[in-house]
Design a protein around this ligand. Structure first.
Ligand code: F6P
Length: 527
């Protein structure tokens, strides 16, 4: 467990890093980039390759960062997570998404025997249901097989499955199309339903809590569509609905019968839930075997994270680099740029993973943090980003570290396209670091350079490499949260807005907690 009293800013290494940051601020790191640095500032793990040579760090900075991590409770905290201690202290829950990808003997070794059987049942159920749907054996009330699957969910009940289905489209089922609806805006659901045939549509209501307003309203709208179009009296009880939840009683109360539910434990955080039954859509789209390969890729990253020494540990290195920029060089954001259109959703996914986890300002002891915490995460695919916001990356006034992500090969592209894509990725990373200075150029044509980036390479976008990539970022976020001594696994910050909206819908504008400005706005909206 994180020691309640741990304060990273009091560590000896923290003070050392402060003085190193003062000198790093004046250094030109491109000048350090020789072959030796290129070959030593790189790592391989779980099939991923990380080149971190174009960062604003020296050996001394990296050593001090590593020592900082080693002097912290990180290793103990990491073990506590894998062993199922209640490290989500504000909700008194363990954090066990990694257990979903562990082998049974590993769970036993961690004393998680009780969990093992439940996880096996959960996976069997994902396999059984997705196999039936894929084989055309899950029939609608008119006897037709499923052609369209609509996942209704938001946040972690949407972003992970949506990202995975798109990333792994090379493995997608030929007949079945998966759709994702998250927003409570009525336009997307009405537009989508207009296109679909209710006889061959299956709706999956994905919600850990089964209380989420957006998802439940979308589910009601979909149910009404089945009533109107097929005359089904109780659509939730029909084979056109499946529920995925950690709150089965609520799902049953909403009308979905037990035999149409897939469950998972409350020890899986929403933003970490694509490995659980929430991944049903992934298994429907790619087949259970590919879903299992994704879990296996994540498991390899778990093994690496748990066993590699800090200086060779990919999530730890990424976390320390991020901490260096955030805490010592005043970077406020972090960009993620995948050079693969199938990873378009990755920045959105990482926004929830990182910002909902580490967007905190009190420690686990409830004290105000003494340093900045999680960065603003954003991004877009390359090369699209290059023709949009890269201007600011190259010549703007903000320091924005970038993660570039590329594929060695891409079976769905063609050599000609892929070569151009990769050339752009490598060139951007080099240009950001090298810059261009010359007395002969006007100031607006000067590139200051010294702008950091990592390059992450996947040989191919397979279920394994995808799983490893997601687990890499999960663990990076864990390491940073642990070093900052915050609870990365709750999300109390999202509650107040929900509460005020609920109140407004329930009791209107006259009473309640809204300020005068908000009331004025509502008058304008003729609320
Ligand atoms: O409001 C934030 C949040 O609780 C996320 O953490 C979660 O992923 C999302 O809402 C959806 O929650 P649920 O799966 O319970 O519907």
């Amino acid at each position: 467990m994180t020691s309640e009293k741990f304060d990273i800013t009091a560590a000896r290494q923290w003070l050392r890093l402060k003085s190193l940051a003062a000198s790093a601020g004046k250094m030109k790191f491109a000048g350090l980039l020789d072959r030796e640095r290129a070959t030593s500032y790189q790592l391989e793990a779980a099939g991923l390759y990380l080149d971190y040579s174009r960062n604003l760090v020296t050996d001394e900075i990296l050593d001090t960062l590593t020592e900082l991590a080693e002097s912290s409770p990180l290793a103990t905290h990491r073990e506590a997570m894998f062993r199922g201690e209640a490290i989500n202290t504000t909700e008194q829950r363990p954090v066990l998404h990694a257990a979903l990808r562990a082998r049974t003997e590993e769970l036993r070794a961690d004393g998680l025997d009780d969990l093992a059987a439940g996880i096996t049942v959960q996976k069997q159920r994902i396999r059984e249901v997705s196999d039936r749907i894929r084989a055309g054996e899950w029939l609608g009330i008119t006897g037709k097989p499923v052609r369209d699957v609509v996942n209704l969910g938001i946040g972690g009940s949407d972003l992970g499955p949506k990202l995975a289905c798109e990333a792994l489209k090379e493995f997608a089922h030929e007949r079945i199309r998966c759709h994702f609806l998250s927003n409570v805006d009525g336009e997307p659901i009405h537009s989508l339903l207009r296109e679909l045939d209710p006889e061959t549509t299956l709706v999956i209501v994905s919600s850990k809590s089964f209380t989420t307003q957006e998802t439940l309203l979308n589910a009601k709208t979909a149910a009404q569509w089945f009533r109107d179009r097929l005359g089904i009296v109780n659509p939730f009880a029909s084979p056109h609905f499946i529920g995925v939840t950690a709150a089965p009683a609520r799902a049953m109360q909403a009308g979905i019968p037990e035999q149409q539910l897939l469950l998972f434990g409350d020890w899986v955080g929403g933003r970490y839930s694509l490995w659980s039954s929430i991944g049903l859509t992934i298994s429907i789209s790619t087949g259970y075997d590919n879903f299992a390969r994704m879990l296996e890729g994540a498991r390899s990253m778990d093994r690496h994270f748990r066993t590699a020494p800090a200086e060779r540990n990919m999530p730890v290195i990424l976390a320390l680099l991020g901490l260096w920029y955030a805490n010592f060089l005043e970077a406020e954001s972090h960009a993620v740029i995948p050079y693969c259109e199938r990873l378009l959703q990755l920045p959105f996914y990482l926004q929830q993973l990182d910002m909902e986890s580490n967007g905190k300002s009190v420690t686990v002891a409830g004290e105000q943090v003494r340093q900045t915490t999680g960065p603003i995460v954003w991004g877009l695919t390359g090369a699209n980003g290059q023709h949009s916001f890269f201007q600011l990356l190259h010549q703007g006034t903000h320091l924005i570290p970038v993660d570039f992500i590329g594929l060695g090969e891409d079976a769905l592209s063609s050599p000609r396209h892929h070569r151009v894509l990769l050339a752009n990725m490598v060139a951007q990373s080099a240009a950001l670091m090298q810059g261009r200075q010359s007395d002969k150029l006007p100031p607006w044509r000067i590139y200051p350079g010294n702008r950091p980036s990592n390059v992450l390479l996947l040989d191919r976008l397979t279920p394994e490499s995808f799983g490893a990539l997601i687990a890499l970022y999960e663990h990076k976020v864990f390491v940073q949260g642990s070093l900052w001594n915050i609870n990365s696994f709750d999300q109390w910050g999202v509650e107040l807005g929900k509460e005020l909206a609920r109140e407004l819908l329930d009791i209107g504008n006259d009473q309640g907690q809204l300020d005068a400005g908000a009331r004025y706005l509502l008058d304008r909206l003729r609320w």
